[in-house]
Design a protein around this ligand. Structure first.
Ligand code: KIV
Ligand code: ZN
Length: 537
């Protein structure tokens, strides 16, 4: 078999590598919501999780396979270390998908062999093909990754890849696991693989890379020029440490600069045929969804999806943009769905109009969730004259997509100002239905609220991040608060939106505490795919 690929396959790993970011843990419903949106975005493959890591991860991958991996939908992939138990779990979890894939990996760099795996090169040369062959007993589509390929001896890498392909790997993925390589080196690595692995034409070359030196996207684009045809990436670039290559940056680079990239695909430079299958109009919305649900804030100067990414949004260039957009813009904000924001609803809009617009925006909500969101919408419409699509999105993300409400904020009241001690009173309903009230003084109103909440909830934690962002411009805009807190070395995030940012801060905090409390209650420790040593092959 010969595999040729005339466009880029986008392999999204937001739900696997992205979810490995501290504090980004998602529940099953949140994973399903993101998977549905990734499908609308047009990704080719969704790496939905690491099924062996926990019963929750297994169930999430299985549900995504059932509901998103339908005929005509994306391929659903499960990660597995090269062990029978991992591969079996992945094989079972992806089974309901119309197109399923197992992605199995083992490290190949000497440093990983010596200190993590405690195995010899000869052992890895045996295990890799054996486990690829085992994965083939579950599904035809098998991807193999030599972890830390970026720091592996290329000659050894060629041997492992040849054996993996001979055993049936249909995709070989080359990870720069620690984000160490430079673009020229990474491009040369891919070229070396193309030239030195005798059966490489029987597999697609994929790349996976981390952003420790800020080079992941540049590395991938060099890899594309040298023959890589699958890119493993995440929305907003979230992922381990400094994150993964950002999907939106890769897709827009390939789109905006297609005249430059077309010849590497054997096309004339002027070809207008897209290089990926992504519907770019969904990029901004997907970015916001992932940011809200994972609690991973998007920096304002982030390429493509940051609040300042488009020149006309930042005052200094406005004059130039008005005269000719091209003076400071290389792409139209509309392309990523940024200007699709319309003022659609107001105080007098009824339930039907509200529900219809939510449907048009792609939200699939239950009757109960629509009712909840409608109450919030009416409340907002009393305070804010014009409700935009982004406001609606914010309502759904903060009202409906919440972790199970173990603690419920019933009341928050503050007094503050330059002549008073900021004081907060809160009432919270506990998981056993009791309403408790307490008060505290703080250095500011948010500090006072958090201290009062802590007096009631009584789970020690450190607040490590607090951000407020407005959803739209204007003094009456909704403020979105995202927080991250740490408890016993683990990070939990919370998100909430309200026109009153003190209330949003309190809700975001209770939201994070609910995630923390749910994790403590479940007592399930997830296995980390890379930082844990498999018990046996
Ligand atoms: O970074 C990495 O090497 C990975 C592998 C599991 C592909 O995430
Ligand atoms: Zn990774």
């Amino acid at each position: 078999m010969t595999t040729s690929q005339d466009r880029i396959i986008i392999f999204d790993t937001t739900l696997r590598d992205g979810e490995q970011s501290p504090g980004a843990a998602l529940n099953i419903d949140e994973k399903l919501t993101i998977a549905r949106q990734l499908s609308r975005l047009g990704v080719d493959v969704i790496e939905a999780g690491f099924p062996y890591s926990s019963p929750g991860d297994f169930e999430a991958v299985q549900k995504i396979a059932e509901t998103v991996g339908v005929e005509g939908g994306p391929t659903i992939c499960g990660l597995a270390r090269t062990t029978r138990a991992d591969i079996e779990a992945a094989g079972k979890a992806i089974k309901p998908a119309a197109k399923g894939r197992i992605h199995t990996f083992i490290a190949t760099s000497d440093i990983h062999l010596a200190y993590k795996l405690k195995k010899t090169r000869a052992e890895v040369l045996e295990i890799a093909p054996e486990m690829v062959a085992y994965a083939k007993t579950f599904v035809d589509d098998v991807e193999f990754s030599p972890e830390d390929a970026g720091r592996s001896d290329p000659e050894f890498l060629y041997q492992v890849l040849e054996k993996a392909i001979a055993a049936g790997a249909t995709t070989v993925n080359i990870p720069d696991t620690v984000g160490y390589t430079t673009p020229a080196e990474f491009g040369a690595l891919i070229r070396g693989i193309k030239e030195n692995v005798p059966n490489i034409d029987q597999a697609i070359i994929s790349v996976h890379g981390h952003n420790d030196l800020g080079l992941a996207v540049a590395n991938f684009l060099e890899a594309v020029k040298n023959g890589a045809r699958q890119l493993e990436c995440t929305i907003n670039g979230i992922g381990e440490r400094a994150g993964n290559a950002a999907l939106e940056e890769l897709v827009m680079a390939l789109h905006v600069r297609r005249q430059y990239f077309n010849p590497f695909f054997g096309r004339p430079p002027e070809s207008e045929a897209p290089l990926t299958n992504i519907d770019t109009h969904h990029i901004y919305k997907t970015s916001r969804l992932v940011s809200n649900l994972t609690g991973m804030f998007v920096q304002p100067n982030k390429a493509i999806v940051g609040a300042n990414a488009f020149a006309h949004e930042s005052g200094i260039h406005q004059d130039g943009v008005l005269k000719n957009k091209l003076t400071y813009e290389i792409m139209d904000a509309q392309l990523i769905g940024l200007t699709d924001n319309q003022i659609v609803l107001g105080k007098l809009s009824g339930r039907h109009a509200f529900q219809t617009r939510l449907k048009e925006l792609g939200f699939e909500l239950s009757e109960e969730d629509i009712n909840k969101a409608f109450v919030k919408f009416k409340d907002l419409a009393d305070k804010k004259k014009e409700i935009t699509d982004w406001d609606l999105e914010s309502i759904v993300n903060s009202e409906v997509r919440q972790p199970p409400e173990l603690f419920r904020l019933e009341l928050v009241q503050v007094t503050c100002g330059d002549r008073s001690h900021p004081t907060a009173t809160v009432s919270i309903r506990t998981p056993d239905g009791e309403e408790l009230t307490d008060a505290a003084i703080g250095t500011g109103p948010v500090d006072a609220v958090y201290k009062a909440i802590n007096r009631v909830v009584n789970v020690p934690n450190d607040l490590i991040e607090f951000t407020v962002q407005s959803v739209t411009a204007g003094i009456d805009a909704i403020g979105e608060v995202t927080i991250r807190l740490r408890h016993e070395g683990r990070v939990y995030s919370g998100h909430a939106a309200n026109t009153d940012i003190i209330v949003a801060s309190a809700e975001a905090y209770v939201n994070a505490l609910n995630r923390l409390y749910a994790a403590l209650e479940s007592g399930v420790e997830k296995i980390h795919p890379q930082q844990s040593q498999p018990a046996k092959v």
